[in-house]
Write a protein that binds this ligand. Structure first.
Ligand code: AMP
Length: 117
């Protein structure tokens, strides 16, 4: 557990507002505040026990599967069913919030970027 609660835990508890696009027993999803694609949704386990996807896969593979199932369902609703799923893992890979989350990216991605490669 981190000493300080993550921004995503504060969204889970309602202290920070977000438009919830999915809310299951263990997972929420909401639009990224700084979208990098026409559709950019964050899918976040409610627990902050896992800092990244490697920890989540080792500690609770069923919860990781639920994150992916929620991504599939949101993609059917928002991107025509096709999507990119990104888990930044580590600061040098761009991770800024150390509460595991998936980026669901869809729509016409920009060319010349990793997301559009
Ligand atoms: P990462 O860089 O992979 O850790 O992703 C963290 C993401 O959280 C970034 O894309 C931020 O834009 C996003 N983010 C941070 N605060 C908020 C917020 N309050 N609501 C929605 N997205 C946020």
């Amino acid at each position: 557990m981190s000493e300080e609660r993550s921004v995503f835990s504060k969204i889970v508890s309602g202290e920070i507002p977000a438009t919830l696009l999915a809310d299951t027993e263990r997972v929420i999803a909401f639009p990224d505040i700084a979208p990098q694609a026409p559709v950019h949704i964050l899918i976040v386990p409610k627990t902050e026990e896992y800092h990244n996807v490697v920890e989540l896969a080792a500690g609770d593979p069923d919860l990781l599967a639920e994150v992916i199932a929620v991504a599939k369902s949101l993609a059917e609703e928002h991107t025509g069913g096709e999507f990119r799923l990104v888990f930044n893992t580590g600061a040098s890979a761009g991770q800024t919030v150390f509460h595991v989350h998936a980026h669901l990216l869809g729509g016409a991605l920009a060319e010349g970027t990793l997301a559009g490669a």
